[in-house]
Structures are given as C-alpha cells and as structure tokens.
Design a protein around this ligand. Structure first.
Ligand code: ZN
Length: 519
C-alpha cells in the first residue's frame, strides 16, 4: 500500500469526503466550515490537474431521527426528505459547494451494500451475540465509556446520558487493537493533526472493547440481514457511506477507493480512526489514506451546537457578507485542525480590510487605470515585475495540500499586498501626468498580470469574485476558463498584451450593519 502522503497516482481519483451530517436538525456554521474546507481542497487539487471527487451527504437513521420525525408529525423518511431538500442542500448551494456526489443513507445504493457487507462479516465469524449495559448519549447516538461521563452528562453535549441494557450483535473490535496500532505506526499521516493522532493512539493502547453493531429497541435503520428484530447501529451503517458511494463492489470502485482524506470533527474521530478502519480490516478492504480531525468551533466561548442554542445558520452570514467571504473567513481566521472562534466582529474586520480593501480595491483600481490610460487595452512590457510569484505558489500549494488553509491564504495575500505596494511606490498617476509611457506600461502590465495570478490562486476559495475579475481582465478569451488554469503553471503563464480590460465592479461591496444579522 502506498504511504498515505503520496500524491494520488494518475490512474486514481483524489477522493475527499465530509462527514455525512445527521439530519435531526438544520446545518450550522460548523458544518459549513468543514464542508467549505472539503470544497476548497478539491477545487485546489482540480487546478493541480488531478482528477477529483468530492463526496458529502446525510446520515438518516437512528433513534434521534425517529424522535425528530415524531415530534414534527412526519414519518422518518418524510422527515429526512424534508430536511435534505429544505435545509441541507440549500445550505450547500448558499456556500457554492460543488460536491460531485451527495449520498443519503436511506438510498438503496447504500442500504443494499450495508447488508452485503454484514452478511459477509457474519459468514466470516466477525459478529457475535452478547449483551451490553452502559451509559448512552442519544444526541451522539453512542455508548459512552463510564470514565468519559461527566456528572452523569455526555462530555460533548452536556446532556444526561441514559443507562441502556440491550442484547445485541457485536463486532469484535478488541481483537483489532494491535493491527490498528501497527497501522498508525506504519502510516504516520493516517491521523492528523498530531494531537488527534496522539489521542487515538493512547485510546487504542488502553485496550478496546467489542462494540454493539445492532440495536433492537426501535426499528428506524437497516435491518440486520439474519435477524430482522434488530437494525444495524446507526454509526456502523453511516461509516460505510464513503465506500458505498464509490459503487463498491461494482467495477470502477477502486478508482476512488481508498479515500484520500476523510474530513471529520474531533468528536467523531474515534469512529473514523478506530472503528471504521477495523471494519475495513475485517472485510479485507484497503483503509483510507488520511483521517483529518478539525477542532471545535466556538462562538462566545461555547462549542457551536444546536443543543446549546448557539447555532448560527450559514445563510445568516452569507446573506450579509456573501458566500465568498464566508469561505475565506473560516479558512483564513481559524487554523484548520485546531479549536477556533467565530465572531461577527472578526468577520467584519477581515471582510473590510482584506477582501474589500486589499483585494477588491486592487482589482477595481488596476482595471480602471488600464481603461483610463490605455483605453482598456493591456499594453506590452518587456520586463514585468513578478512579485516573487513562484515562491508564493510553492508555499501556498504546500500549505493547502496539507490542509493548512490559513497559511496558504496568508501567502496568497502577501502577493495581493505586494501588488498594492508596487502601485503605491510607482505612482502610475504621476507617471501618466509626466508622460512616461514606458514606465507606465510596465506598471499597468505588471499589476494586471499580477491580478491574473491572484485570480487563479484564489479561485478555489473565492469563486464568485475571481470569476468577475477574470472576466474584467479579459483573460478568458486569451487564456481559457478560470477553473482550467493550473496552479503549477500560474507563474509561467502570462496575460498577453492587447487583451481588453473593463473596469471591475466592486468585488466586495460595503457592508452596512452586520450586527443586524447577529440578532
Ligand atoms: Zn453526546
């Protein structure tokens, strides 16, 4: 098996997944943050010239869904249909999420393969009957270890756990502990960041218990194939979505499997880095290359979660600032993989100073000068300034490929500031007044070509603004579609002299009163 950090070979697809989200409730900005990260990562890899596949979806079985459906007077299937069409897909549309596939765990392509998987494991002796009693958090849909329960409450939700005792079918997780530890050791990039890896390693070293793979107290789930008085435990069912979405075991599934990155939150890390790989080991299937755990998203010091009534819908932010600003803010402000905080004040601050002033004003300033001084036609120039572009590209690519979006964006904005500084230093308006055409042409050409590179590099994060910029630079007729521009060729490509520029509209218009949105 190739090392997990190896780039995907040419015959494979770079396959990124988000968690499949639980549809008992609507999305909040934490879900949006993770999904934007997956979208940006796949767009970036696509502009590296790779074949890419981006999967998201919804987790639709389990006791909590059943309860939400009942509370809303619907059947569980009606409830999940309602939530997917009125809440989840609209949120991703509002954030310009370009997923290639959206899997739902109530689809036959998923449920049928879950049955096949467990029939095979049952036949191999990988399932046994037993009984289990322990504290269970319905909000997590998870049995908790007694040591993890804090004053009778779930450590994640702060809600009371209930003691559940059930006769269930079990998956012998305990016997995989050594193989899991060997895998973590042999593949240091399998779990990231390092804090997440350390937590999982020490958890597995502490010994694993066999886990219940079925439930029998309710029936909203995939029926256990050999005993229809049980349904498959919702997490065991849900984890398999990543594999099933590849079309496994139909021809072609190996193009996408193993997945390159499972993006998860740290609250669901053990499912993805312990239980899921053990299930795949039992089925003798390849393991994903990487499980990357993000930290908590805090608002006012509290974890973002509807349970604590701190939930903010993504659209509350995009309605004020737009989808590009949302995408930029979360990836630039927070350090992916660590805990981080959202605040309306820092959102407003970055929007105004970085997006509107540094980037947006640069675009309108340069395109309007080419209109004013050269009738919109880009002049030729023998010795354009390159603003250290090759180094910026190398640094940004290294950072974003490693999911360090904040560093990647900071480097690209170094380029934005370098072009701004160049204009301030050279004062093209003074050159125009003095009639120094050679010097003026050099400034106009260099700045416009710098903007061309910025549009290519920011396209994954700011697709709306960069499309407007690409059009106002006249770049499409000369260089082709923006999404087809290669990251690795950005320093070698040039905007040809003679293209026609038009003054760019405001990429990031002034926002009047963002505090109105927070109430
Ligand atoms: Zn919980």
């Amino acid at each position: 098996m190739p090392a997990p950090d190896d780039p995907a070979p040419d015959d494979r697809v770079f396959f990124v997944t988000t968690p499949i989200y639980y549809v008992n409730d609507k999305p909040h900005i934490g879900h949006g943050y993770t999904t934007v990260a997956g979208d940006v990562l796949t767009r970036w890899h696509r502009q590296r010239g790779e074949r890419v596949h981006f999967l998201t979806g919804t987790d639709e079985h389990g006791e909590k869904i059943l309860a939400a459906a009942e509370a809303n007077g619907m059947s569980p299937q009606e409830w999940t249909d309602h939530m997917v069409t009125t809440a989840w897909k609209p949120a991703w549309a509002a954030l310009d999420i370009a997923y290639d596939d959206f899997i739902r765990t109530t689809e036959p392509r998923h449920e049928d393969r879950v049955r096949d998987f467990w029939i095979a494991l049952h036949a191999k002796g990988e399932v046994h009957q037993g009984s289990y009693t322990g504290p269970y958090c319905v909000a997590c849909e998870e049995f908790k270890l007694p040591a993890d329960v804090v004053d009778g409450n779930c450590p994640v939700h702060g809600l009371p756990v209930k003691e559940i005792s059930e006769d269930n079918y079990f998956f012998p997780l305990s016997k995989y502990a050594d193989r899991l530890l060997d895998h973590y050791e042999a593949h240091p990039g399998f779990i990231e960041p390092e804090s997440a890896r350390n937590e999982v390693v020490s958890f597995v070293r502490g010994g694993l218990q066999d886990i219940s793979m079925s439930r029998s107290s309710f029936d909203w789930g995939v029926k256990v194939p050999w005993d229809d008085s049980h349904v498959i435990y919702v997490w065991i069912d849900a984890l398999q979505n990543y594999l099933n979405a590849t079309g496994w075991p139909e021809p072609g599934w190996e193009e996408r499997w193993p997945a390159d990155v499972h993006l998860v939150g740290k609250d669901i890390l053990r499912f993805h880095a312990v239980i899921w790989p053990a299930m795949l080991m039992a089925a003798e299937l390849p393991l994903p290359r990487k499980v990357f755990a993000n930290g908590w998203l805090l608002v006012g010091g509290e974890k973002m979660s509807k349970t604590k009534l701190t939930g903010i819908a993504p659209q509350q932010i995009t309605d004020v600032f737009g989808s590009d600003a949302y995408r930029y803010y979360f990836l630039r402000e927070l350090s992916y993989g660590q805990d981080g905080s959202f605040s309306w004040e820092s959102m407003q601050q970055r929007y105004t100073s970085e997006l509107a002033n540094d980037f947006g004003n640069l675009a309108s300033r340069v395109t309007s000068m080419v209109e004013r001084y050269r009738d919109g036609v880009l002049p030729a120039c023998d010795d354009p300034v390159d603003f250290g572009l090759a180094e910026v590209v190398a640094d940004a690519d290294r950072a974003i490929a490693a999911l360090d979006f904040a560093t990647g964006l900071a480097r690209i904005f170094d380029l934005v500031r370098a072009v701004n500084g160049f204009i301030s230093d050279t004062q093209p308006w003074t050159l125009a007044k003095a009639g120094d055409d050679v010097a003026l042409d050099r400034v106009l050409y260099s700045a416009a070509d710098g903007l061309r590179a910025i549009a290519v590099l920011l396209n994954a994060v700011l697709p709306k603004a960069c499309a407007i910029l690409w059009s106002s630079l006249g770049a499409e007729s000369a260089l082709g579609r923006l999404a087809d521009q290669r990251i690795d060729a950005v320093a070698a490509t040039r905007l040809p002299a003679g293209v026609r520029l038009t003054k760019s509209e405001q990429l990031f218009p002034r926002v009047e009163d963002p505090s109105a949105a927070s109430t």
